[in-house]
Structures are given as structure tokens and as C-alpha cells.
Ligand binder design. Structure first.
Ligand code: PNS
Length: 164
């Protein structure tokens, strides 16, 4: 069985992520989306909220699972018996950072964890979660960036924050 892990922050999941998830799900028998619990950062959504949103928007893809992890990706990948990580490459600006992570993961895992890059479809090439958060924080239109369910959750989150 060909298995892969797609790690990320997904704060929140965007159409760019979904594009990578759908394409990866066609290449592998099972894709586990792994949400990083990064305790050094304060995300907009909790890990639990991000996992729930991802489950909702990938519910129609049978070979996709959603989980979360804390710590090193290589340890998590080993714990679920996966040797391939998927990452999306949007533009050349992503390359340096992604290459560094991929090489470090190969080194740390003694070659056990390799990374496969999928180039993001052009319409999503400049989309990222932090832009989505910024646009939404100023009440801008994010309907082209995230699915309607996620859009509602983002709006709800900023309504709560602004009411504080
Ligand atoms: O969506 P992001 O924030 O670009 O995802 C980054 C992620 C989660 C893939 C990366 O930060 C990660 O794997 N972090 C876990 C810690 C780790 O394994 N670090 C070693 C590689 S530098």
C-alpha cells in the first residue's frame, strides 16, 4: 500500500491545500493530512478546529485521513509507517525553505523520509493561509480562497475576536 503524509499548519485550509490533497490522493492509496501542533506559535484556529475543518472539506475523498502531530515530522511519519511526505510548491520563493526542510528530514531520518513536491495549480499559486487571515481580519472577501464551510468558520472566529 502506497502511503503518504501531507504535513502543514492549515490555519486555515485553503483551496491551494485542497488542490494538493486531491492530486496526492490520486497518486497514493492513503494520504494522511497531519496538522502541526506548534506550541511556539499562536494560531488563529486550535489544532482541534483545524482537524475538524479539514475532515469536513475532505470528507468526499475516501483515501484521505486527518490527524495531528506534535514534535518532529520524521517521528510522526515513523509512528504511522509512512516514508513519503508531500509538500506543495507555489513559486520559486517556496523552494529554498522547502528544500531545507526536505533535506533535513532525509538527514534526520537516515533516508527513511523522502519528500515529493507537487507544484500548486496556477490559480492558487499566490494563495496562502496568512493572506486569508489578513484579508478576513479586515472583512475582505475570501470566497475565492477557501471553501464556504471554512469561510464561515473564519468569519465566525473574527466576529468572536472583534467582540472581545
Ligand atoms: O504549513 P507550514 O507551516 O508551512 O508547514 C510546516 C511544517 C509543518 C511542514 C514543518 O514546520 C514541520 O514539519 N514541522 C515539524 C517540526 C520538524 O519536523 N522540523 C524538522 C524539519 S526542519
Amino acid at each position: 500500500m502506497k502511503k503518504a503524509v501531507y504535513p502543514g499548519s492549515f490555519d486555515p485550509v485553503t483551496y491551494g491545500h485542497l488542490d494538493i490533497i486531491r492530486r496526492a490522493a490520486e497518486m497514493f492509496d492513503e494520504v494522511t493530512i497531519a496538522v502541526l501542533d506548534n506550541r511556539a506559535k499562536t494560531p488563529l484556529f486550535s489544532v482541534d478546529e483545524r482537524v475538524k475543518m479539514l475532515r469536513k472539506v475532505t470528507g468526499d475523498i475516501p483515501n484521505v485521513k486527518v490527524d495531528w502531530f506534535f514534535g518532529l515530522l520524521i517521528d510522526y511519519a515513523r509512528s504511522i509507517g509512512v516514508h513519503t511526505a508531500i509538500r506543495g510548491l507555489r513559486a520559486v520563493t517556496d523552494f529554498e525553505y522547502e528544500l531545507q526542510i526536505a533535506q533535513t528530514n532525509r538527514l534526520l531520518s537516515h533516508g527513511e523520509l523522502d519528500t515529493i513536491f507537487l507544484t500548486t495549480s496556477l490559480e492558487y499559486a499566490y494563495l496562502n493561509s496568512s493572506a486569508v487571515r489578513e484579508i478576513a481580519s479586515f472583512n475582505g472577501d475570501i470566497s475565492q480562497c477557501v471553501p464556504p464551510f471554512v469561510e464561515e468558520k473564519v468569519r465566525e472566529k473574527y466576529r468572536q475576536i472583534q467582540a472581545q
